[in-house]
Design a protein around this ligand. Structure first.
Ligand SMILES: Nc1ncnc2c1ncn2[C@@H]1O[C@H](COP(=O)(O)OP(=O)(O)OP(=O)(O)O)[C@@H](O)[C@H]1O
Ligand code: SF4
Ligand SMILES: [Mg+2]
Length: 382
């Protein structure tokens, strides 16, 4: 097992909401990331998945200090990055890079490709003049771009080529850790595999560690050593890729996996899809206790009262769910009534029996489409 390259403890990123034109007063805060603790191991690809708005990008940005976290620690090689001033952080930024989701918006349209890739070399004073130009051309070759196009502008390239420019820019300073924020989701399917293969080759060649963010569980399965599942600013589960698929312990992960199509048509016909009811709550007013309790088919009264610890339920398999302590509830539970979303009395009465229905499960076959009543339900898509 590799050593941790990054140790993240109690990471919080809250965005304050202010009101008032002259006297600005904080009236609320978006709890985008609300207390994450996990390690990223040297040389691994850690996939991070979850629904839109659950805080994946914010997590990536807070780890590499593009956002300065509200609370918590990010230890990189033993140094807590959150304690450092901008000046102290500057030399470390070379090691911590990001590839962005949007290959169109993330490149300055008024700069040539050569200038875009050279920018980090300039900022960190790593090469000048001819040496800088040669390094840029070398980087273009590494990512599969023709170095003769060094004076062209981003709009003269296709989406896949632009993403290669973004990758070259991220590689320029020979980083050790890269946050890959949905780097393929804006690309055509045919190009996605090429970019994924390129990223894997680069990882092997340059001993890179990736945090690979995606909506799509099937995309992270291919590239990830371990997978972390996020919901509303919290980590639900983290384990090795195969373990997450074969033995999901968190009900949210179960639902995500049930939504992934199976390539074998015979098996696909029998796939049971778990449809979560209700909307994702707002990070402005997250539910009490377990943040997933308003949609969890197994929730019982404890879930609305007590925040589940993110604990190692099995070796290397972390999960935040009370079912770890009370596994017998998995068989019989099913929230017939939504549990209260506001903070209840912590020591309140607990005589409520768990509901006895099975979780809402439906077949993935064609009959699902025919059932018009289901269309208003929010379905988990990976
Ligand atoms: N700079 C900001 N100021 C205020 N709120 C923000 C800011 N950045 C993100 N948020 C909010 O934080 C929450 C998490 O956003 P984030 O972009 O991290 O989600 P995500 O999981 O990356 O979503 P997506 O899959 O759509 O990219 C959202 O509710 C978002 O509106
Ligand atoms: S703690 Fe309760 S509500 Fe949360 S995921 Fe586990 S069973 Fe569901
Ligand atoms: Mg995002």
């Amino acid at each position: 097992m590799s050593e941790p390259l990054l140790e993240i403890r109690g990471l919080k990123m809250h965005f304050p909401i202010y009101e008032g034109a002259f006297i600005r007063k904080e009236v609320n805060r978006v709890r985008a990331v609300d207390g994450l603790s996990f390690d990223i191991l040297q040389g691994e690809t850690l996939g991070l998945v979850g629904e839109s708005g659950c805080g994946k990008s914010t997590t990536g940005r807070a780890i590499i200090q593009l956002y300065r976290p509200t609370e918590g620690e990010v230890r990189f090689d033993g140094t807590n990055l959150c304690d450092l001033s901008s000046k102290e952080l500057h030399p470390l930024r070379r090691d911590l890079q990001m590839i962005f989701q949007d290959p169109y918006g993330s490149l300055n349209p008024r700069m040539t490709v050569g200038d875009i890739i050279a920018e980090p070399l300039k900022v960190h004073q790593l090469a000048e003049g001819k040496a800088r130009q040669e390094r840029v051309q070398e980087l273009m070759e590494i990512v599969g771009l023709d170095p003769r196009f060094i004076r062209r502008y981003p709009h003269e390239f296709s989406g896949g080529q632009r993403q290669r420019i973004g990758i070259a820019r991220a590689l320029a300073c020979k980083p050790r850790f890269i946050v890959c924020d949905e780097p393929i989701s804006a690309l055509d399917v045919s190009i996605q595999a090429q970019i994924m293969n390129l990223m894997e080759d680069l990882q092997n060649e340059f001993d890179l560690t990736y945090l690979f963010i995606a909506h799509d569980l099937s995309a992270v399965r291919h590239i990830s050593d371990r997978i972390a599942v996020m919901y509303l600013g919290h980590l639900a589960e983290l384990a090795e890729g195969a373990e997450i698929y074969e033995n999901p312990l968190h009900p949210y992960t179960e639902a995500l996996i049930s939504a992934v199509p199976i390539p074998d048509p015979e098996v696909e016909k029998t796939r049971q899809r778990i449809v979560l009811e209700g909307d994702v709550p707002s990070p402005l007013d997250p539910p009490s206790g377990c943040v997933f309790h308003t949609r969890c088919p197994y929730a019982w009264d404890r879930c609305a009262k007590e925040v589940p610890a993110f604990q190692e339920a099995e070796p290397g398999h972390f999960v935040a769910c009370h079912l770890v302590d009370e596994p017998e509830r998995r068989g019989k539970a099913g929230a017939a009534e939504p549990v209260a979303t506001k903070t209840p009395e912590v020591n309140g009465p607990t005589d409520e029996e768990p509901a006895t229905e099975e979780p809402h499960v439906e077949k993935a076959a064609d009959e699902e489409a025919a059932d018009s009543e289901e269309t208003s339900e929010e379905e988990v898509t990976s």
